[in-house]
Design a binder for this molecule. Structure first.
Ligand SMILES: *Cc1c(COP(=O)(O)O)cnc(C)c1O
Length: 388
């Protein structure tokens, strides 16, 4: 045990120790922690669907009708027909032939990458890709090369260095989870075409956020391509839980047979499937929440831009406030907390060394006056910590 203790002590010294905080409410605009009310600006519940009445009633009805568990993996006896409805709705959202739901986004990434990539293949991955993509790439055993964040010249160079006829995939987040910028998908697809390689797009944050119907990065750029494999989640803007891959039927049938995190795990409970179906039905019927999200996001963007923080190149409701060192980022976050605002400090290894930051996320259900309060507190704490 003493090596664990040493490890923890070291992390603490470097301001990198992580610990759990308890929330005792839904992840809405206002949460409570030990009975204390806080404004929440660090959730991925972008559309406020995690506590939405129509998703809740769908989940409750599913529990009444089907119970709380699925009882087995999907290939054994857990494949409730709710999956079919959900996957059809996801394929429709992503404009693909088919979709396959995994229990989480993390599992969708490690499962599909592990199945698609072989040892002799080449992976070209954006340096800021999410940890689950990195883990999937590592697990596949394929050769793994990083290109500078969204740097198409670098990507092109790596593509042209590739061994002749080596199978390759470009792998990228659609909307980057910690920087809030969008991958240049049109250029990526153009290069993929030129060099005849595949593209794997992780739209965990883009699904429900980008595109007027919430279809994600491909909808945002009005693109489709047979080279593109789209991954997404039901766990962020869609308010529930689950990850998925959208693509052609053959790919999906292949994953059903090959992706171990799909095969060897219990199917999701009916309530989760039903709330996912309800979320997609809601998005299809009414884009008010997406509009509201972007209105709030633009309101905050306009005002925060005048304060002098470095928000990198955000183009979305995700706002990094770059600090640099972890200690200041932690102090900043604590000071906001003391003033009733929950914004997480994000530190290495989640982000590269020397780029600790606050990560502010805007939701559709925030009110203007709450965003004003956030701006006021950010400016106050930022000045006292000499970040601005
Ligand atoms: C959150 C996230 C995942 C994992 O999804 P979960 O459903 O939370 O497991 C994958 N990729 C990216 C980019 C993410 O932000």
């Amino acid at each position: 045990m003493h090596q664990y203790k040493d490890f923890l002590r070291q992390l603490k010294q470097q301001n990198l120790l992580r610990s759990l905080r308890e929330i005792d409410s839904a992840p809405d605009d206002i949460i409570t922690e030990n009975g204390k009310e806080l404004l929440l600006f660090s959730s991925n519940n972008y559309l406020g669907l995690a506590n939405h009445p129509s998703l809740k009633s769908a989940a409750i009805a599913a529990i009444q009708g089907w119970g709380v568990g699925s009882g087995a993996s999907r290939l054994v006896s857990g494949n409730l027909n709710l999956y079919k409805q959900l996957e059809e709705a996801l394929a429709k959202l992503k404009k693909t032939e088919a979709a396959l739901v995994f229990s989480t986004g993390y599992m969708a990434n490690i499962g599909s990458l592990g199945a698609i990539l072989q040892k002799d293949d080449l992976i070209l991955a954006d340096r800021l890709n999410h940890a689950s993509l990195i883990d999937g790439c590592r697990l596949s055993g394929a050769t793994f090369r990083l290109y500078k964040h969204c740097d198409m010249d670098h990507l092109k160079k790596l593509l042209s260095d590739r061994k002749k006829d080596q199978k390759a995939f470009i792998i990228t987040d659609g909307l980057f989870s910690m920087d809030g910028d969008i991958a240049p998908l049109p250029e990526i697809l153009r290069l993929a075409e030129e060099y005849d390689v595949g593209v794997f797009l992780d739209d965990a944050h883009a699904t429900g956020v980008l595109g007027s119907f919430g279809g994600g990065t491909a909808e945002h750029f009005q693109l489709t391509s047979p080279r593109l494999i789209q991954m997404g989640t039901l766990s962020k803007a869609l308010g529930g839980l689950g990850g998925f891959i959208a693509g052609n039927r053959i790919l999906i049938d292949y994953l059903i047979n090959k992706a171990r995190p799909f095969v060897y795990t219990t199917a999701l409970p009916p309530s989760v499937l039903a709330s996912g179906i309800a979320a997609l039905a809601l998005l299809e019927k009414d884009q008010t929440l997406i509009k509201q999200l972007w209105e709030n996001r633009n309101y905050f963007y306009e005002k925060v831009s005048h304060l002098g923080f470095n928000t990198l190149k955000t183009e979305s409701p995700i706002f990094p406030i770059l600090i640099g060192n972890s200690e200041t980022a932690l102090t900043f976050s604590k000071s906001l907390l003391e003033n009733g605002i929950h914004v997480s400090a994000i530190r290495p290894p989640t982000v590269p060394k020397g780029t600790a930051r606050l990560r502010v996320t805007i939701m559709a259900n925030h009110k203007k006056h709450q965003i004003d309060t956030l701006l006021y507190q950010l400016e106050k704490a930022g000045r006292s910590l000499k970040v601005i």
